[in-house]
Design a protein around this ligand. Structure first.
Ligand code: ZN
Length: 84
């Protein structure tokens, strides 16, 4: 996964592993969707927010990066419970 993730629009955390928390704040993760399929999204673990979900990692990254560049509506980010 070499695609660069945009920084978190809320905390400015990035996907490098050398920030204050010693691991990437923003990273791609996968989860089981409501219909039982694997889905992907970019997550900021500092803010506990998730970017748009997609069935493909690349598309989830693109959605996160695009969302960030448009940026004006951070409230449209999903805020989800951390239920693993
Ligand atoms: Zn953040």
């Amino acid at each position: 996964m070499s695609e660069k993730l945009s920084i978190c629009p809320f905390c400015g955390g990035d996907d490098s592993a050398d920030n204050a928390v010693m691991e990437a704040a923003v990273f791609l993760t996968d989860f089981r969707s409501a219909i039982g399929t694997r889905a992907y999204r970019v997550k900021c673990q500092i803010c506990d927010i998730n970017g748009p979900a997609s069935h493909e990692p690349r598309l989830a990254i693109e959605a996160w990066n695009r969302r960030h560049s448009e940026e004006q509506e951070p409230s449209t980010f999903e805020r989800m419970m951390n239920n693993g």
